[in-house]
Write a protein that binds this ligand. Structure first.
Ligand SMILES: Nc1ncnc2c1ncn2[C@@H]1O[C@H](COP(=O)(O)OP(=O)(O)OP(=O)(O)O)[C@@H](O)[C@H]1O
Ligand SMILES: [Mg+2]
Length: 470
């Protein structure tokens, strides 16, 4: 007879005498050890470990989802305590800033313009990192400091751990030629050169031979869908096509860092949206590290794996799009988030409740841990969903009935990245919704109340339409 037990297929091995095997220790921490000592019951200890392990697995999945690539373990660009003052006496301005004065006060007292004030960000390898802010907030200054087209006054910048600030002029030139490419708002194409000549221009500057740079330019024009236009002049192209040439030119250098300063801002809305989709599509294979500057919050949310929101040369808020909308922390940031379509921003993982599935094979006494109300998910040995058992049948399970006879397929399953708008579309009152990872393994479940809570805008005024007596 097949009986259910709490799934432990991927649970770490546990010594039930109150000690944990060494490889589990990093997940447990101090609280874990305390709980183990206090709770001698075997099944509870096992459930505790299971939960610890599932949370760790979920956190890993979420980190992957947020950062966009599988191997994001390091930061490509690290900026620490960066300051830029425009003017001839930056030292006094720096002192005032470090003592807590504002950009306005510094300007009034010293005549110096604050470009950047104590900016610290980390750009993960392979991410699209958005710098968002209104005009004059310091976005372009920050971008240009990265390859020191603008010289910062204080702070450090490293690329893959190599200092950019303080490095020699020769090394800086090398970094600019080989590590960092830029794409600008107004394309910056050479009007009298053909599309392919523009695409290979960066390679020409690097001294790459004619044959090799032509081959590479054709390759990148193909990537951006412009091969057929190779021998036309830029004036024959639309705005969107010109920006594709700008992108091709940046890609041709094979630099692993792309800085795109308002690259889509000059495009009309439809073309702009197409270019955003195109960039996301390209990034799936290119896996560049992209610093994308925009004043458009929607664009930041759509493209960004992380977003830094700037004002007055400072980073006001930094995080994933979901983190920022969920917890803006600052009125300036909250103002951007108010009109966001939360149902299309938040995903299943953001509302998911981890819960214990039962395993198809195993001892039936742990069926005690399944809920009496609602339904319980049952997973197979690969941790994929085998079905659900109604809460009213758990008693039968405990009495020893074959779990397979109790299973039904009355459930829905969504991936952890599914948007809430899509989940709402499949919701039915009598069918629980499971969340699965990219391999189809069970992660948890979503509840409609949590979905509604997440979609609701916290800053919205209290409902005016509530009926009052009289
Ligand atoms: N060369 C300069 N000389 C003096 N002040 C400057 C210079 N460049 C930028 N600034 C000032 O630094 C601040 C940040 O400018 P920056 O160009 O970085 O803003 P931005 O966020 O890119 O704005 P926009 O969205 O308009 O491009 C502004 O107050 C600006 O006036
Ligand atoms: Mg700018």
């Amino acid at each position: 007879m097949t009986r259910a037990r709490i799934s432990s297929r991927r649970c770490p091995k546990t010594n039930y005498d109150g000690t944990a095997q060494p490889r589990m220790l990093p997940f447990l921490g101090y609280t874990g050890k305390l709980l183990l000592r206090r709770d001698g019951r075997r099944s509870s200890v096992r459930a505790f470990y299971w939960l610890e392990w599932r949370h760790a697995a979920l956190a890993k999945t979420l980190r992957k989802a947020c950062r966009g690539t599988e191997n994001d373990v390091t930061d490509r660009i690290a900026i620490r305590n960066l300051y830029k003052i425009f003017g001839n006496a930056p030292d006094r301005a720096l002192d005032l800033l470090k003592s807590g004065e504002t950009k306005e006060t510094v300007l009034a007292r010293t005549g110096q313009v604050v470009g950047l004030c104590d900016v610290s960000i980390s750009v993960p390898v392979g991410s699209i990192y958005m710098i968002m802010g209104l005009s004059g907030s310091g976005k372009s200054t920050l971008a240009r400091c990265i390859n020191r087209l603008i010289e910062p006054d204080a702070g450090t910048i490293t690329i893959d751990g190599e200092p950019v600030t303080g490095t020699s002029e020769a090394r800086l030139r090398e970094i600019r030629r080989t590590r960092v490419s830029m794409v600008f708002q107004h394309f910056a194409l050479l009007p009298n050169r053909t599309v392919i000549e523009n695409a290979e221009f960066g390679l020409k500057l690097r001294g790459v031979g004619a044959g090799e740079r032509r081959r590479k330019a054709l390759e990148v024009l193909d990537v951006v869908g412009l091969s057929a236009w190779a021998n036309h002049l830029p004036k024959a192209l639309s705005g969107g096509m010109r920006q594709r040439v700008g992108l091709a030119r940046a890609l041709a250098t094979e630099a692993d860092v792309l800085i795109m300063d308002e690259a889509f801002s000059a495009l009309d809305p439809l073309i702009r949206s197409e270019m955003q989709d195109e960039l996301l599509r390209l990034q799936r294979t290119l896996k560049k590290t992209i610093l994308f500057i925009t004043h458009d919050f929607q664009e930041a949310l759509k493209l960004g794996s992380r977003v830094a929101i700037m004002a007055d040369g400072m980073v006001m808020r930094e995080g994933t799009p979901q983190e920022i909308v969920l917890d803006p922390r600052h009125p300036y940031v909250a103002a951007f988030t108010r009109d966001i379509d939360r149902a299309r921003l938040f995903d299943a993982a953001s509302v998911m409740e981890p819960c214990q599935p039962l395993a198809l094979n195993g001892c039936h006494e742990t069926a005690d841990m399944a809920g009496q109300s609602g339904t319980t998910f049952v997973v197979d040995e690969r941790h994929r969903i085998a079905g659900v058992i109604d809460g009213t049948r758990i008693g039968d399970l405990r009495r020893g009935m074959d779990v397979r006879k109790l299973l039904t397929q009355d459930y829905e399953a969504v991936r952890h990245t599914a948007r809430l708008a899509d989940i709402a579309g499949i919701y039915r009152a009598d069918r629980p919704i499971a969340v699965v990872d990219d391999d189809g393994q069970f992660l948890g479940r979503v509840d409609p109340v949590r979905i509604l809570g997440r979609i609701a805008t916290p800053a919205a005024a209290p409902a005016q339409s509530r009926m009052t007596g009289g």
